[in-house]
Design a protein around this ligand. Structure first.
Ligand SMILES: Cc1cc2nc3c(=O)[nH]c(=O)nc-3n(C[C@H](O)[C@H](O)[C@H](O)COP(=O)(O)OP(=O)(O)OC[C@H]3O[C@@H](n4cnc5c(N)ncnc54)[C@H](O)[C@@H]3O)c2cc1C
Length: 405
């Protein structure tokens, strides 16, 4: 049996290795558009490759996917984060877990993952053809005819693993086959705040903030990083992922409300403020910061609240106190535009999951056609979740191509 895998990325390679594992006799070819395979794996995680996440409960793992949660919950029953760790360990690649649960190869080098895949592909006699962009697929005589620029290839089974496509045009040949495409929009981006003085605090990190998008139910938690163009960090990236579609509809013009003290309420903040008034009456406010924010940010928040630089704690009252309490827990910033997060970005949207059988990754529309990876309407937040989805769906697709022979 001839199996063609379109796309030599994370999902395509894993699907090929799984296909070989489950069927030693099939003829497997990976067709990669560019001159190099696994190029995203190479640059992933800042060159270290965040392979997966040490979240070993499938239900909790699935909750990290703004799109695809229910689908993946079922898929993880076949290949979970535990399976990923075991798969790599069996092939001599040990993974290390960091305090945030992200798992990287012990070597801290994405090349370790690439070497492992390439060695496995060579020993499994998998053919890899680069500079081989597939322009069209046609159904023919119990199989498929794949149109390349200058040739046509035949395959009995096809796994489509072309990754996230930023434009609808990249998916037209799949919609031509009858598949519904959920329009692609970017996910995992940072927020631009041109001209906002907060940018002068670039490099400042607040460990635990809550950020809401005004007028929506969107909420992100975690560290926030102030950058020279606006805001980034896990709290912002989470928001960008969960809100990928809503924020795209708003054309990336919206307001956020930052609670610099995570989930603290106004009442709790007022208690801290009154305690400082009582205990540090003679001290200048700027010199005594009772909150877990950096000194520079504290100074900035006092300025944003209109508090004079030389105000002493004993003089904090009335309007000033109300304004400061509000700034600390409900600080409003206008966002105009986004910047793609350098460390990891993905595309929300793609082939509708309603048309893919989760048990096999086979198309419900065209028998013999399978999907793996980000080409489907699946994406996760940062932390190794996107690769985990690629491994899981690739594994199932690779296993199923042979079972369905
Ligand atoms: C900078 C960066 C860093 C990242 N870091 C991480 C990380 O550390 N951890 C994590 O979990 N996720 C990370 N991600 C996300 C992760 O890389 C993707 O989710 C993952 O690569 C998706 O795998 P895929 O195989 O579906 O797609 P891809 O890896 O994008 O592979 C698709 C392949 O298909 C090829 N292709 C496309 N069209 C055709 C065609 N018509 N014919 C032939 N070939 C075609 C492409 O050239 C590509 O090689 C990162 C993403 C980026 C951009």
């Amino acid at each position: 049996m001839k199996v063609a895998i379109i796309g030599g990325g994370a999902a395509g390679f894993f699907a090929a290795l799984s296909a070989r594992y489950h069927d030693p006799s099939s003829d497997i070819i990976i067709l990669e558009r560019s001159a190099k395979v696994l190029s995203k794996v190479k640059i992933s995680g800042g060159g270290r490759c965040n392979v997966t996440n040490a979240c070993f409960d499938n239900r909790r793992l699935a909750a990290h996917y703004p799109r695809g949660e229910n689908f993946l919950k079922k898929a993880f029953e076949q290949f979970s984060a535990v399976s990923t760790v075991e798969w790599f360990e069996k092939r001599g690649v040990r993974l290390k877990t960091y305090p945030d649960n992200c798992m990287f190869p012990v070597s801290n080098d994405s090349q370790t993952i690439i070497n492992c895949f390439v060695q496995e592909a060579v020993s499994g006699k998998i053919t890899v053809k680069t500079n081989a962009p597939i322009r069209r697929i046609a159904i023919c005589e119990g199989g498929f005819s794949l149109r390349l620029d200058e040739e046509e290839l035949y395959a009995d089974r096809v796994i489509v693993a072309i990754g996230g496509q930023p434009k609808m045009s990249g998916l037209v040949w799949l919609s031509d086959l009858g598949h519904t495409i959920i329009p692609p929009v970017p996910s995992l981006f940072t927020f631009n705040m041109p001209d906002n003085p907060i940018r002068e605090l670039m490099g400042n990190v607040v460990e635990n903030v809550t950020v809401r998008v005004e007028g929506t139910k969107l909420k992100g938690n975690g560290p926030l990083l102030i950058t020279h163009w606006g805001m980034s960090g896990p709290a912002i990236l989470q928001l960008s992922a969960w809100g990928a579609r809503i924020l795209s509809e708003k054309e990336y013009n919206f307001a956020i409300l930052v609670n610099w003290l995570n989930e603290q309420t106004e009442e709790q903040v007022r208690i801290v403020l009154h305690t400082s008034v009582r205990d540090h009456a003679a001290k200048m406010m700027v010199n005594l910061n009772p909150f877990p924010v950096t000194g520079k940010l504290w100074q900035h928040l006092l300025w944003r609240s209109g508090i004079p630089e030389d105000l002493r704690w004993k003089d904090l009252q009335g309007k000033n106190l109300n304004k400061l309490a509000n700034t600390l827990i409900n600080d409003r910033y206008s966002v105009t535009g986004k910047t793609t997060f350098k460390e990891e970005f993905v595309t929300a949207g793609g082939v509708s999951l309603l048309e893919v059988d989760v048990r096999t990754m086979q198309s419900k529309i065209i028998p013999g056609l399978f999907f793996a990876g980000e080409v489907m309407d699946i994406d996760g937040i940062t932390g190794g979740f996107n690769f985990q989805a690629a491994w899981t769906t690739g594994w199932i697709a690779g296993k199923s191509v042979s079972l369905n022979a």
